[in-house]
Design a protein around this ligand. Structure first.
Ligand SMILES: Nc1nc2c(ncn2[C@@H]2O[C@H](COP(=O)(O)OP(=O)(O)OP(=O)(O)O)[C@@H](O)[C@H]2O)c(=O)[nH]1
Ligand SMILES: [Mg+2]
Ligand SMILES: [Zn+2]
Length: 335
């Protein structure tokens, strides 16, 4: 569909509206800060963010709506912050505490935009429907390697297939298990396989990622059946009757685990990383890196390429090498 072009006048009007809105918001933050000045500074955890509004959980588990100053930068789900209460139901975040890890992806202008902070584990959720894309899975796994967090794959919707079909489906991903990414088969609907998944979640901060509709939110509902509603607290349902998740939200499990639900994606892009970093993102490549005959081997078709040899021997899955080559090509394009 052709985009409607805005006239200059319309454009100026929009810019003015945005500017006014920003001014009003800054004023509200400043007013809230004034009111907060004599109250104590406390630690909190960001549960979710909608624009300039944060839902922050205090150390007693109580949730507070908070505003924050723009100069604090991007604050995201999972962040640890210092905040002050301004009134009974409102607070102001005054500083962002250092992050252990951050999962980000580039925005349309190529700048890295954080999605979630302080995670220790990334869980790629796949299902028979919508059909999995291996490329997306591998991009997420590379991201996990590069930020230094554990990763595992959860295959959801076991109830959709007959037992032998389900086994075949699992089999398609067994090469991930072979390189150390655990596979956990579950059904959010039948509550099948939740116990092994819960064990993996204990004492970790995990983020569920994957395509829209694979059942990330359903899994959270199955894992925490009596949880309080947190999503609706910040934005009343859009009224569209859709259940698709719009912002990342942190939830707490009884076993000390924390789990972040994230909006589904169609694609994921890695930020500006070097070719070397990309190679390191494929953990099964490690023993071969630096050993190819050509010192700047692209692992495409060169003679004496250890990765190609390993693939021919069956030690590297062809799909993984193919995805690596495609990612390397994409990186070249954005350079
Ligand atoms: N049969 C079956 N359907 C499921 C299962 N888990 C989720 N679904 C269905 O799949 C659809 C999508 O589930 P959601 O939990 O909203 O998926 P999501 O990954 O959170 O999607 P986004 O928020 O858009 O990223 C819903 O209609 C669910 O009822 C399952 O284990 N079995
Ligand atoms: Mg969802
Ligand atoms: Zn090579």
């Amino acid at each position: 569909m052709a985009q409607r072009r805005l006239t200059n006048k319309q454009r100026q009007r929009i810019a003015k509206l945005q500017e006014d809105r920003q001014k009003r918001l800054s004023k509200r933050v400043e007013q809230a800060l004034l009111a907060a000045e004599d109250s104590d500074t406390r630690q909190g955890r960001v549960i979710s963010r909608h624009g300039q509004h944060l839902l922050v959980r205090d150390e007693q588990g109580k949730k507070h709506h908070c505003l924050f100053r723009q100069n604090l930068g991007e604050i995201v789900c999972g962040d640890r912050v210092l905040w002050q209460s301004a009134s009974n139901d409102q607070g102001v975040v005054v500083s962002l505490l250092p992050r252990d890890t951050v999962l980000s992806r580039p925005d349309y202008s190529g700048r890295d935009k954080p999605l979630a902070a302080n995670i220790t584990q990334l869980i790629v959720v796949l299902a028979p429907k919508p059909a999995p894309t291996g490329y997306l899975t591998d991009q997420y796994l590379v991201a996990a390697e590069l930020i230094g967090v554990k990763a595992l794959i959860t295959l959801n919707k076991a109830d959709l297939l007959k037992e032998n079909e389900w086994q075949q489906f699992l089999q398609q991903f067994s090469h991930y298990q072979a390189i150390g990414y655990p596979l956990v088969g579950v059904s959010a609907h039948k509550e099948h396989g939740l116990e092994p998944l819960l064990q993996k979640l204990a004492n970790e901060t995990s983020i569920l990622v994957g395509q829209s509709g694979v059942g990330k939110s359903s899994l959270i509902n199955a894992l925490i059946p009596h949880r309080e509603e947190t999503v609706g607290e910040l934005s009343q349902a859009s009224g569209l009757g859709r259940h698709t998740t719009s912002v990342a939200t942190l939830h707490f499990l009884d076993n000390g685990g924390e789990i972040i639900d994230s909006p589904g994606v169609r694609s994921f892009r890695l930020g500006r990383i070097s070719r070397q970093q990309l190679e390191q993102g494929f953990r099964e490549f490690t023993p071969y890196l630096g050993g190819c005959q050509s010192s700047n081997c692209t692992h495409h078709s060169e003679p004496g390429c250890l990765l190609i040899d390993a693939m021919k021997r069956g030690d590297i899955h062809p799909e993984r090498l193919k995805n690596f080559l495609h990612m390397a090509e994409q990186l070249e394009k954005t350079r």
